[in-house]
Design a protein around this ligand. Sequence first.
Ligand code: GTP
Ligand code: MG
Length: 281
Amino acid sequence: MFGKPNAGKSTLLNTLMGEKLAIVSHKVQTTRHRIKGILTASGYQMILSDTPGIIDPRYKLHEKMMDSVKQAVSDTDLALLLMDGRDNPVENDLIFSGLHLKVPALVLINKMELLSKPEISSVIEFFKGKKYATGVLAISALKKINTDLLLDHIIQLLPDGEPFFDGDEMTDRPVKFFVGEMIREKIFSMYEDEIPYHTAVMVQEYKEKDTLTKIQADIIVQRETQKGILLGEGGNMIRQLGTEARKEIEAFIGRKVFLELYVKVRPKWRDNEWQLREYGY
Ligand SMILES: Nc1nc2c(ncn2[C@@H]2O[C@H](COP(=O)(O)OP(=O)(O)OP(=O)(O)O)[C@@H](O)[C@H]2O)c(=O)[nH]1
Ligand SMILES: [Mg+2]
């Protein structure tokens, strides 16, 4: 899946998987890593990749995000090119052709429930003539409109092959990764302005004890002032963050969780190769 930030790629991954794997927010640039969802049914297995929204890189972090997009482009059998139906088709066309795809592609006009019928038809018409577009389909990833139809189209366009993964595997990422992502999602929903973009989360400890799982994570920010905002008055914000993230993690792993969060200041981490690597980028 490829497209601009906020097109709905992560939402679509979750809808197709029938499980929340990828974090979602109304803010742009939520996804920073490629995440694979493995969908196995009788007769097929498909590996769906969520990718970061396509942007012009301004930091090393952005470059790494775009590297993961390129990597996904180079090893896909079928590209899903997603756009917010309300967005400018010409701009999206530029991005899609810029991928220089050598594989079939379906253009997906997402958020169709927000558009009128004539609006939908005109966007579909616009993309129908494009060289890279094997097909064009209007969908709603959120309201699950045409998503079963999309699955049928995907199955028809996929090459035959042996399954790569065991049927019970759902993703290529460890639980620890999703724990960090769930904390990051709460940061995206609770804090405004630059805070989510200046933040990284690193899970330092993940230990299964008898009755609960103990997790300790660092939240990395760039400045002291941001640390103050994250903590909030008397620590009220970080407590709320901890509670909300813990509930989500407990639901995900099906166990009680003891979650400990520390906020650390690391100036300019988004441009520091060594630190980016340490934080998993
Ligand atoms: N109305 C509507 N909203 C949608 C739909 N699909 C996604 N959204 C919303 O659009 C916003 C962005 O969704 P994401 O799935 O995070 O978008 P993304 O493409 O993964 O964004 P990045 O990770 O930043 O590249 C969220 O608020 C979603 O709830 C849809 O079909 N209809
Ligand atoms: Mg995303």
